[in-house]
Design a protein around this ligand. Sequence first.
Ligand code: PMT
Length: 406
Amino acid sequence: MAESTLRGRRIVVGVTGGIAAYKACDLVSTLVKAEADVQVVMTENARRFVGEITFAALTGNPVSCDLWAPRADVHHVALADFADVVIIAPATANIIGKYANGIADDLLSTALLTFTCPVIIAPAMNSRMLASAAVQANLEALAERGARIVEPEEGWLACGEVGAGRLPDTGVLVAAIEEALRSRGGPLSGLRVLVTAGPTREPIDPVRFISNPSSGRMGYAVAAEAERRGASVTLVSGPVSLEPPLGVEVVAVTSAAEMHEAVEAYAGEVDLFVGAAAVADWRPAEASGEKLSKDGRDEMTVRMVRTPDVIASVARWEPRPVIVGFAAETRDVVANAAEKLRRKGMDLIVANDVGQPGAGFGGETNKVTLVDVIGRETDLPLMSKAAVAAALLDRAGELIASRESQ
Ligand code: PMT
């Protein structure tokens, strides 16, 4: 099993009322071991076969059964926002019929109508039920609308008959989930995106360093949004206290030199590079191996030398990705940013007025102007860093598309 495909993925497992519901425990346990974030939704009938406590214990998440349970959000919509992929295992004739005909009379059937991510149906039932014209027509209708149907296996069935209708083993179900995740689409599907985020630390001695107040939020928002749009994302991050975005590979670094080296490891392998990190421009020429003593000193001089310019190096890669940089500026924001765009060989720069309240380092919001290589300027209002990430990726997507059409 390719654990990296499942790590951090948000999977909704719908369990309906058939004897094979017990097999869903093994499926859920396998997904959790592969570090997926799993939410189980059970129907009333499924609870006759397996207890919700079993799934709650396996997933560490509450198990949802009731459409009417009091919550702050709208539960079936929240499930759709959460899910990268949904699997109904086992899927009874009843849930298949409801889904195919748009009937929404409990939490699972209602949620099924809100999901926009891939939905996998793993039918399990008596072989004559499975072969019935009604079930076959419903399965065909669902497959035509894009649902992925896992073929039931032949064998001994709980009713004592032998035939088609068994829920396949966990390995088959997991393979279907992985396949759905790999091909789930999105505007950046199939693209490789490399993002830098956070500050760097340049050591003076083992207990002191030069750094800046970057929290990493801006770069993490870009990485999370690129992943949501279907890209395969690597985030090279300076020291921050943020959770890694789901589904994103994170490479932790400390200094500018380490960030440069980590980024260079991907030379020629990415389609889009976004440099949101606040990389130190200077570092102490020598970092003392021992803590520097202040005894007998009233002042100290630290000689500084330049750090490697990460983004300028990326601009020399062959093939060269589309390059998006940021410019943290306090005056002549757009003009200075446009000059940096030309000097460092970028395609798009996010001019960041870090002097404005609510913009720049640390907070949840930012105020930016997008300036691209042909001089187009888009001044955006104060907005969340997630919204800035979305606007930036919209424009980067256009640049990638126009490059591909040349
Ligand atoms: O992390 P947050 O708290 O959310 O704050 C977000 C942010 C303010 C850090 C972010 O929005 C931002 O503006 N990042 C770039 C900050 C910066 O270093 O700007 P700059 O003008 O010094 O650098 C220009 C570009 O060159 C940047 O893309 C930077 O990543 C890159 N650079 C800079 C120096 C260097 N040695 N190598 C680089 O690649």
